[in-house]
Ligand binder design. Structure first.
Ligand code: ATR
Length: 276
């Protein structure tokens, strides 16, 4: 009998995960199916209970359930606990265990393209929302030494820094300060919605002082090339978009479920095909 996996969210019809995972199951000859489930906030407890009763082998969790799902699980991995969000649930016998592969997916996607040891570099994190938290805590847990944070709202960046359970050196900056000090950074990670429609023509900070050997990782994948990425390239720097993070977080979830790492570049191709 086929194993069943899925994703729960609201909305869910736009999710690229079903195509990514079903393609990987097929490519690897694994007898399994991945199904999107539209679950409203009020139905979340019943949905998780139903997943267990139906024998679902694992599932992804997306907006708006990533935090609310945590108390409904039997166990939450410490990194996901620190991040305060679960995007992947693995079934072990009759227990549901929650993980977060967003930060690890980001790091793996960056390491796939960055020529150098990411964790020893001077990193600037732009933004202090949910995605920034997953990335900041994961990089810190893996041993990153220096991650400064620039955010429009300084209090949110201070909060992120204060609550980080892993040792890392961090200075909180305004966007203007970060722009002026940009030559200090090897890697710039962009996690705000600036660069995405309806702010597609904007950049969260100026790249006038970027070094030509710097690397900009923008987690936006629509548009596939943000203004910030174009500007980085115009200064001779390198840049990647968020399709790497999206494909690797999926690939890492798949690996947790099946024990096999799928080819992330196939998942990335599916993302580009879906974006048109
Ligand atoms: P996500 O889960 O995608 O990270 P989020 O938690 O809403 O989304 O975080 C959005 C991030 O984009 C925050 O860093 C936010 O800055 P604030 O903390 O100051 O709100 C940033 N952001 C969103 N719109 C912005 C804007 N117009 N200008 C500057 N920063 C913006």
């Amino acid at each position: 009998m086929k194993k069943l996996y899925g994703v729960i969210g609201d909305p869910i019809s736009h999710s690229m995960s079903p195509d990514m995972h079903n393609d990987a199951f097929q490519a690897l000859g694994i007898q399994a199916h991945y199904q999107p489930f539209h679950v409203k906030e009020a139905d979340l407890p019943k949905a998780v209970e139903g997943m267990k009763a139906l024998g679902i082998s694992g599932f992804n969790v997306t907006v708006p359930h990533k935090t609310a799902v945590m108390p409904l699980l039997d166990e939450v991995d410490p990194l996901a606990q620190a991040i305060g969000a679960v995007n992947t649930v693995v079934r072990e016998q009759n227990r549901f265990i929650g993980y977060n592969t967003d930060g690890e997916g980001f790091l793996a996607g960056l390491m796939a393209e960055y020529d150098g040891d990411v964790l020893s570099k001077r990193i600037l994190l732009v933004g202090a929302g949910g995605s920034a938290r997953a990335i900041y805590y994961t990089l810190s847990q893996k041993g990153a030494q220096k991650i400064d944070i620039a955010n429009r709202t300084a209090a949110r960046a201070e909060e992120l820094k204060k609550r980080c359970p892993y040792p890392v050196e961090t200075v909180v900056l305004t966007m203007e300060e970060a722009s002026n000090k940009l030559a200090n950074y090897d890697i710039i990670i962009q996690t705000t919605s600036i660069g995405m429609s309806p702010h597609a023509e904007s950049m969260p900070l100026s790249l006038d002082h970027i070094r030509s050997d710097a690397f900009v990782a923008d987690i936006i994948y629509n548009p596939i090339e943000t203004v910030l990425m174009k500007e980085a390239r115009a200064h001779g720097a390198s840049a990647q978009n968020g399709a790497k993070m999206l494909s690797f977080q999926g690939a890492l979830a798949f690996e947790k479920w099946t024990g096999t790492m799928p080819d992330p570049s196939r998942m990335e191709t599916i993302i580009y095909n879906k974006l048109g």
